[in-house]
Design a protein around this ligand. Structure first.
Ligand code: FMN
Length: 191
C-alpha cells in the first residue's frame, strides 16, 4: 500500500479542482491506500521577478506543501485550465521550486496530472504539465523521477461531481476516472 499525495492546484475557494481532488481521494482510499491532500487555495507565491525563493524564505504555507512532497513517492497534480493555460500560482510554484535547491520534489518520484474544466477544456494543463515537468526533471538532473503517461481530463466537472466530490453525472466520466486511478496505481510499484 502507498501514500499518495493529491494537490489541488486551484487557488479558488469552492473550486471544481477541489471536487475532483475529493473524488480521487475517495477512489484511491477505497483501494486501501493512504491519501494526503494539499491545496493551492489562497496560496501566495511571489513573482519570480522578486527573485527565486530561497529555502530560508519559504513561507509556512509553502513549506507545508514542500514537506509532504518530500515524504511521498506518488503525486497527482489536479490543475484547472485557465485561459488555455494553467493558474499563475502553479506556474510560480514550478518557477521557484523547480531548481536544484529542492531535489526532494523530483528524486524517487512519479508525478501524474489531472486537467480540470467546467466545460470541455482540461487538456492544456495536461500538455503544459508534461512539457514542464519533463523539462524540469531533466534540468535539475532528477534521479529516478518520472512523469506518468496516464492523465485524466475532467470535463463538465460541476455536472459530474457535487460539492463533496460525490459522483452525480455521466457514467463515462466515472469510467475514465476509474481507469486513470487503476493505471496510476499500477505503476506505483516502479518507484
Ligand atoms: C481565470 C480563468 C480562466 C479560465 N479559462 C478557461 C479556459 O481557458 N478553458 C476552460 O476550459 N476553462 C477555463 N476556465 C474555467 C475553469 O475551467 C473552471 O473555473 C473550472 O471550474 C476549473 O477551475 P477551478 O478548479 O478553479 O474551479 C477559466 C476559469 C478562470 C477562473
Amino acid at each position: 500500500m502507498h501514500n499518495i499525495l493529491i494537490i489541488n492546484c486551484s487557488p479558488r475557494p469552492g473550486s471544481n479542482s477541489g471536487k475532483v481532488t475529493k473524488y480521487l481521494q475517495a477512489l484511491i482510499s477505497a483501494k486501501g491506500h493512504t491519501v494526503t491532500v494539499k491545496s493551492f487555495e489562497g496560496l501566495e507565491i511571489r513573482s519570480i521577478g522578486a527573485g527565486y525563493i530561497q529555502p530560508e524564505e519559504v513561507t509556512p504555507e509553502q513549506q507545508d506543501i514542500l514537506d509532504v512532497l518530500a515524504a511521498v513517492k506518488h503525486v497527482i497534480w489536479v490543475i484547472p485550465e485557465y485561459n488555455r493555460g494553467v493558474p499563475a500560482e502553479f506556474l510560480s510554484f514550478t518557477h521557484h521550486f523547480g531548481t536544484k535547491k529542492y531535489p526532494f520534489i523530483w528524486n524517487d518520484k512519479v508525478h501524474s496530472v489531472v486537467g480540470v474544466s467546467s466545460g470541455i477544456g482540461g487538456r492544456e494543463p495536461i500538455f503544459h504539465f508534461a512539457k514542464a515537468f519533463n523539462y524540469l526533471i531533466s534540468d535539475v538532473n532528477g534521479v529516478n523521477c518520472y512523469v506518468s503517461a496516464y492523465s485524466l481530463q475532467s470535463i463538465n466537472t460541476q455536472d459530474n461531481l457535487d460539492e463533496s466530490g460525490n459522483f452525480i453525472g455521466d457514467q463515462r466520466y466515472a469510467d475514465n476516472a476509474a481507469k486513470f486511478v487503476d493505471r496510476f496505481l499500477g505503476i506505483t510499484t516502479h518507484v
